[in-house]
Design a protein around this ligand. Structure first.
Ligand code: PLP
Length: 388
């Protein structure tokens, strides 16, 4: 028996590989500080857990409608309308198990072999994985450190072609923590407005920002009808394991995504949607507290990273990742990540695992306690004689 060739074009997320290596060290009795994982270390807010439990008791344990429960889609539509300043109806909302299926389903629905996809590099590895899986053509745009890890807009313009079918944006971004400035979005919208392209705007980290609230490209004139907003509950409400996310898109595309849902997972778990409704419509103080704690950690990790010889680190504007430039160590970033894991017992990710332009950087997730972060910085500093 053989696998379909398309499967060999899929890529994985290196976080899972590093986690496995770290676990192997732990099995030998070493203590590893985990700064590789991209999930909030906070519990799901208690009122959301209570709503999930209540839903189970009330019998929300059966199949639900493919696109999601009407009440939940209405609540999402209202929230997205308010926060992005656009008019969204329930029929534009597809509820799916996590943010990731929106990448999978919309790209399946839009891309033919040979279609070009413009996307940031470094970025979430699943974008490029899906581009290659579908035999579309990856057109990576380097993120520029001196622009806070945004695109150079001349490069962006140059890479658009008559074959460009999809543009992927991610702000705040994984792995850099960069937020695309509103002015840049305005200029990109001006370049895209008249083109026959769609934009996948991955806004999964939208609520986790520190200085300036991120804008959505969907908010700019003429763009709502061309944009898929990806959002969900994993990061904002620390609900990674509940598997709950959504896409907001034009009805013609929502119909196709719903058809792919019928053909795959049928619907999203019913009780999970009830918990999501409570998250969206209930008190938001848990989100504010989480972001405040992330800010404290961000400030500590950026300071700590900048004190390590050979490292320089910008202060990220959003998400919970720091992305130091480590070219000053003179070591390839992959070898450096391995050394830091093996010798210092700190798990982080090679920037190059998010795309070639991420080489020379490391990604540290600060979804870990402040004492652990400070200890991790001490541990790395203590082995810096290895490269300094
Ligand atoms: N998009 C980005 C940029 C992410 O970093 C992640 C998760 O790490 C996702 C989407 C997927 O989120 P979910 O766990 O809700 O599928």
């Amino acid at each position: 028996m053989r696998l379909a060739a398309s499967v060999s074009r899929l890529q994985t997320e290196s976080a899972y590989e590093v986690l496995a290596k770290a676990r192997a060290l732990e099995a030998q009795g070493k203590r590893v500080i985990h700064l590789e994982i991209g999930e909030p270390d906070f519990p799901t807010p208690p009122h959301v857990v209570a709503a999930g439990k209540q839903a189970l008791d009330e019998g929300w344990t059966k199949y639900g409608p493919t696109p999601g429960f009407p009440e939940f889609r209405e609540a999402i539509a209202a929230d997205v309308s308010r926060t992005r300043g656009i008019t969204v109806a329930a029929e534009n909302v597809c509820v799916v198990p996590g943010g990731k299926p929106i990448i999978f389903f919309t790209m399946m629905a839009l891309l033919e072999p040979g279609d070009e996809v413009v996307y940031p590099n470094p970025s979430f590895p699943i974008y490029e994985s899906m581009i290659r899986y579908l035999e579309a053509v990856p057109v990576p745009i380097p993120l520029v450190e001196s622009r806070g890890f945004s695109f150079d807009l001349d490069t962006f313009r140059d890479r658009l072609s008559s074959k460009t079918r999809l543009v992927i944006l991610n702000s705040p971004a994984n792995p850099t923590g960069g937020v695309i400035p509103r002015d840049d979005l305005a200029r990109m919208a001006a370049m895209l407005r008249e083109r026959d392209v769609m934009v996948l705007s991955d806004e999964i980290y939208r609520r986790i920002w520190y200085e300036t609230e991120p804008s959505s490209i969907a908010s700019f004139e003429g763009m709502a009808g061309k944009t898929i907003i990806l959002d969900g509950f994993s990061k904002t409400y620390a609900m990674t394991g509940w598997r709950l996310g959504y896409g907001v898109m034009p009805v013609w595309l929502a119909n196709a995504v719903n058809m792919l849902t019928v053909n795959s997972n049928s619907c999203t778990a019913s009780f999970t949607q009830r918990a999501g409704l409570a998250a969206l419509t209930g008190p938001q103080d848990g989100v504010a507290a989480m972001v405040a704690e992330f800010r404290r950690r961000r400030d500590a990790i950026v300071k700590g990273l900048n004190e390590i010889p050979g490292f320089t680190c910008l202060s990220p504007s959003g998400a919970f990742y720091a992305f130091p430039n480590v070219t000053g160590t003179g070591m390839p970033s992959k070898a450096l990540a391995d050394l830091i894991l093996n010798e210092a017992g700190v798990a982080c990710l090679n920037g190059g695992s998010f795309g070639q332009y991420g080489d020379g950087y490391l990604r540290f997730s600060y979804a870990n306690s402040l004492p652990n972060i400070l200890e991790a910085m001490d541990r790395i500093r203590s082995i810096s004689t290895r490269w300094h």
